[in-house]
Design a protein around this ligand. Structure first.
Ligand SMILES: Nc1ncnc2c1ncn2[C@@H]1O[C@H](COP(=O)(O)OP(=O)(O)OP(=O)(O)O)[C@@H](O)[C@H]1O
Ligand SMILES: [Mg+2]
Length: 406
């Protein structure tokens, strides 16, 4: 009001009009917002209904999955005596200590529980997952996906950001449980109704999951303790786990003397190495790596790719790697899974995937450098996209062959 007081009549009228206009605009904005909210709510309710319908449709399958899994457990319990015998045989041969005694008791208890073989194919059957269900942020990240990941192979999972890659891999070790379908790991099964995973320690030892920034998981006061923590926590014998540390440090290219240092005194890349050593220490059959080299220098990335490749070729570990780096995929992957909007849209070896230009355009992913070169050459009449190549030498050979064909 005080402002209006100091104005002449004309100015006052103008100000009043402006106020009215802005009030009307505000009201209009509120009306638009209400319409938008109503529409969003409608969409949300529709989505919700769809999800509920899919879950209902899947119910009979869940009954079947549970029965099948119970049968696997029952079969395994038939072999308790053999497992107990094995533990006793081991105990006879080792030097006794307090730690060995403790481990022996734990192993005996474990031998009497069902045991599983996690080293078969990982099979996702109609898996779906919704984040923040029932809130405005509800998002269906997996949409009834079917795919298998073979044992003993290197599988890369690619796709644009938000396509569901991280969500899919978290199903492999029970960090999240799908709403429909099931995830089979060897003869172990995680089905939608699984509430409490009893065998979670076994599962997590066999499927070592490395998050995008694994260094945040470091928390011990020495590197040695950090590396040995996983195996000890998951049931391995303490002295032996600590004995393995120097070897693990060598594997990730860190000096053996670092064992007693504090992990927080290391550089980002070195912390990453410690964290990955900790996962390798668990010696499971599968390593799942979610963008493991993001933020590392090119040499570090190269070293890790070599390490993962060697772990597969020399120790037969299954490697599942989520990455945005297509050069790495071409370098090491046996199989590539392409995700798009919560579904798998293509599977094949890297040569099939990277020679499919339309597919790469759909998922907005740039081909590896060697394929970029191949596409350029194709424009100039030299087609090597039908050849298989992973290295510069192999490209050179393919060019020679293509020229000879001409
Ligand atoms: N905790 C969460 N709450 C709500 N939505 C989420 C959550 N985590 C992921 N999402 C959503 O689910 C979708 C799939 O996420 P996910 O992390 O699996 O994608 P991604 O393929 O791994 O992507 P990126 O390449 O960026 O890592 C994304 O749209 C994401 O926004
Ligand atoms: Mg991700």
């Amino acid at each position: 009001m005080s402002k209006l007081k100091n104005m002449n009549q004309e100015q006052r009228a103008q100000a009043m009009i402006e106020r009215k206009v802005s009030k009307a605009k505000y009201k209009e904005h509120l009306r638009e917002l209400a319409v938008h909210n109503r529409e969003e709510n409608k969409k949300r309710k529709k989505r919700h209904k769809e999800i509920a319908k899919l879950i209902k449709k899947d119910k009979p399958n869940q009954v079947k999955y549970k029965k099948e899994f119970e049968a696997v457990k029952k079969e395994s319990l038939k072999h308790v005596n053999e497992r107990v015998q094995k533990v006793n045989d081991w105990y006879k041969t080792v030097e006794k200590s307090k730690s060995v005694e403790k481990h022996y008791k734990k192993q005996l208890k474990k031998a009497k529980q069902p045991a599983f073989d996690f080293n078969g194919d990982i099979v996702f059957e109609n898996v779906s997952y919704t984040y923040s269900k029932g809130t405005p942020f509800e998002f269906r990240a997996l949409n009834g996906t079917d795919i298998s990941i073979k044992k003993g192979k290197i599988t890369a999972i690619i796709g644009m950001t938000g396509s569901g890659k991280s969500t899919l891999i978290q199903l492999t070790n029970g960090l999240i449980i799908s709403e429909t379908g099931r995830t089979i790991i060897g003869n172990y099964s995680l089905y939608a109704k699984t509430k409490k995973i009893k065998e979670v320690k076994d599962l997590r030892r066999e499927i070592g999951l490395v998050f995008q920034f694994p260094e945040y998981q470091l928390f011990q006061d020495s590197i040695e303790k950090d590396i040995a923590f996983g195996p000890i926590n998951l049931g391995a014998e303490k002295t032996q786990s600590l004995k393995n540390v120097p070897n693990l440090l060598k594997m990730v290219d860190l000096p053996v003397e670092y064992a007693s240092r504090n992990p927080f005194d290391l550089s980002g890349g070195q912390k990453r190495r410690v964290a990955i050593a900790g996962i390798i220490a668990m010696d499971g059959d599968t390593l799942v790596l979610d963008e493991p080299t993001g933020g590392l220098d090119p040499q570090g990335e190269e070293d890790f790719m070599k390490l993962f490749y060697n772990l597969n070729k020399e120790k037969g570990k299954r490697i599942i790697i989520v990455t945005h780096n297509m050069d790495h995929v071409l370098q090491i992957a046996d199989e590539v899974i392409v995700m798009h909007k919560g579904k798998v849209i293509s599977v094949g070896d890297p040569f099939e995937i990277f020679s499919n230009f339309d597919l790469l355009r759909t998922i907005e992913i740039e081909p590896p450098k060697l394929y970029k070169l191949a596409y350029k050459l194709k424009e100039q009449g030299i087609d090597i996209t039908t050849s298989k190549f992973r290295t510069v030498e192999e490209v050179a050979n393919a060019i020679k062959l293509a020229k000879n064909r001409k």
